[in-house]
Design a protein around this ligand. Structure first.
Ligand code: PLP
Length: 392
């Protein structure tokens, strides 16, 4: 059976060049980067090189990059790190209702510790009102944490404008750019962002490696205490093979960016048009244009997203209903609900997220298989029969 993977916002396969770059560090290059003997010195060089590559992808300085264990750790490090470092200045944090749970649950944890967190609402496209943000800032606000692009819908936030407001008010701005890195141009010499989180497995490096950009001078308390690694910002012996892998993935993301961007857009538009032209009663979730080039989130009215996902899986097609981290629970996506999507429409959502290795044939296969499945499921659905006889 043909297999098509369209869940790249969930995770990406390791790029062959990344794997190749990592291999020596599982074998002969086994040193500890903190050792001063030859084995340590040899690998330290590669850690430095990887840091330069991550910095270069973001147009930042290598000294501003810290390696972490994953994207979730980076988000935690930013939010708790600022909250704890500035607790005497103020204990108010602003975020949005559509963040990843790595941010939302960290916010909830801080609330239990006595902090106040404002969760900004979003509109039907998934965007915040900038005036609302401005009004929410108080003298006690120490951090604004708003994602660069949403993992479920792909909606892109106005990071430039948010950063300008944060600067004007003297508040630190963190952005979870885990879905944006490699898919959108990011220039941290121009963008007013103080802290930025990224994750390896969304950019063709392995799972279990992340990084954090911390603008020089930004106050942050370390999350993990121990040795003096990462200039005392993140203790623990460096995971050298994975750091090297993230460096290589960053180099490739920078090298192939224009090619990948055009490839994503062409395939995504073909997929979107193919589905919308053949299947009635399908709704696009997310901003129609301000959206990640690889992401397409659609609600197939009167069908359970989960059933659609399982039926696609039987045909070898891997997609996601809701975000991967909440999959398994049948609750509607918190992101879509926050956007005002009715629960039954949110429950019928499927996310297609393309990767660089997807082809036009993959898209055409999905467009061929999907209408059949949707028709079969709708034919069995009394809800659909009622809906078509009197659409809302
Ligand atoms: N933030 C966003 C927007 C994500 O999409 C993800 C992963 O799905 C994470 C955070 C968590 O990253 P990781 O899986 O590396 O912990």
């Amino acid at each position: 059976m043909r297999r098509v993977y369209m869940d790249h916002n969930g995770t990406t396969p390791v790029h062959p060049e990344v794997l190749e770059a990592m291999m020596p560090f599982f074998k002969e290059q086994f040193g500890n980067a903190s050792s001063i003997h030859w084995a340590g010195r040899e690998v330290k060089k590669y850690v430095d090189e990887a840091r330069e590559k991550v910095a270069s992808l973001l147009n930042a300085s290598p000294a501003e990059i810290v390696f972490t264990g994953c994207g979730t750790e980076s988000d935690n490090m930013a939010i708790k790190g600022v909250a704890f470092a500035l607790k005497d200045k103020g204990r108010h944090i602003i975020t949005t209702r559509v963040e990843h749970h790595a941010v939302l649950h960290t916010g909830q944890f801080l609330e239990k510790m006595g902090y106040e967190v404002t969760y900004l609402p979003v509109d039907r496209d998934g965007l915040i009102d900038l005036e609302d943000l401005r009004r929410s800032i108080k003298p006690q606000t120490v951090l604004i944490t708003i994602m660069f692009a949403n993992n479920e819908t792909g909606t892109i936030f106005p990071v430039q404008e948010i950063g300008e407001i944060a600067r004007e008010k003297g508040v630190i701005f963190h952005t979870d750019a885990i879905q944006a890195v490699g898919k959108l141009p990011i220039d941290l010499r121009r963008l007013p962002v103080d802290i930025l989180s990224l994750s390896g497995h969304k950019i063709y490096a392995p799972k279990g490696i992340g990084a954090q950009y911390i603008r020089t001078g930004t106050k942050l308390m370390p999350l993990i205490h121990g040795g003096g690694q990462e200039r005392n910002r993140r203790a623990g012996t460096e995971n050298i093979p994975y750091i090297v892998g993230l460096g290589k993935a960053s180099e490739i993301a920078q090298r192939d960016f224009p090619k990948r961007y055009d490839h994503f857009l062409a395939l995504r538009d073909r997929l979107q048009e193919g589905i919308l032209s053949q299947i009635p009663h399908v709704q696009l979730n997310g901003h129609p244009t301000k959206r990640l080039p690889n992401t397409l989130n659609l609600s197939f009215l009167c069908i359970e997203g989960e059933s659609l996902l399982l039926n696609l899986d039987l045909e070898g097609i891997a997609v996601s209903s809701g975000s991967a981290c909440t999959a398994g629970s049948s609750e509607a996506s918190h992101v879509l609900l926050a956007m005002g999507v009715p629960p039954e429409v949110a429950q019928s959502a499927i996310r297609f997220s393309l990767g660089w290795a997807n082809t036009q044939e993959d898209v055409d296969y999905v467009v061929e298989v999907l209408p059949r499945i949707v028709k079969r499921l709708r034919d069995m659905s009394p809800l659909y029969q009622r809906y078509v006889s009197s659409p809302k």
